[in-house]
Ligand binder design. Structure first.
Ligand code: THU
Length: 135
């Protein structure tokens, strides 16, 4: 079996993914690297359209890419941007990550100096709505 990546290695993948997006209007580049339990990594980057609300964040492009490739279990996601500070996932992405990756997902934020800050998803979206309510 392949060796699992370190947080620093996954963070580096998120940094590399930043350049793959199309943040045409905000020019704010975000990259994401999602590590599945299979050991595979799925990259994401934000893509914007002229109708701004149709924009999709880096985190969601990574998750959807993983899902259509058959992945259902995930370990960690790293998120990088060009901001000085750590760029946390937006509210919509927190909900999507919760529903598709689970509350134990490790969320690794990477700042401009390549420093890391790690959370569990359940810390970022407490008191959450979930599919449990729909059963
Ligand atoms: N963005 C992300 O890709 N992820 C986040 O969690 C925060 C925001 C993108 C969306 C948009 O393209 C740009 O950043 C500015 O909001």
């Amino acid at each position: 079996m392949e060796r699992m990546l370190t947080s620093e290695e996954l963070a580096q993948k998120a940094v590399e993914a930043k350049s793959k997006g199309l943040p045409t209007y905000s020019n704010f580049h975000v990259g994401a690297a999602l590590l599945a339990e299979s050991g595979k990594i799925y990259l994401g980057a934000n893509i914007e359209t002229s109708s701004y609300s149709l924009t999709i964040c880096a985190e969601r492009t990574a998750v959807f890419q993983a899902i259509i490739n058959g992945e259902r279990k995930f370990k960690s996601i790293a998120i990088a941007s060009d901001a000085e500070d750590f760029c946390p996932p937006c509210g919509a992405c927190r909900q999507v990550l919760l529903d598709l990756c689970g509350k134990e997902l490790e969320v690794i934020l990477v700042n401009k100096k390549n420093e890391l800050k790690t959370f569990l998803l359940k810390e970022l979206i407490p008191h959450s709505f979930s599919g449990e309510f729909l059963k």
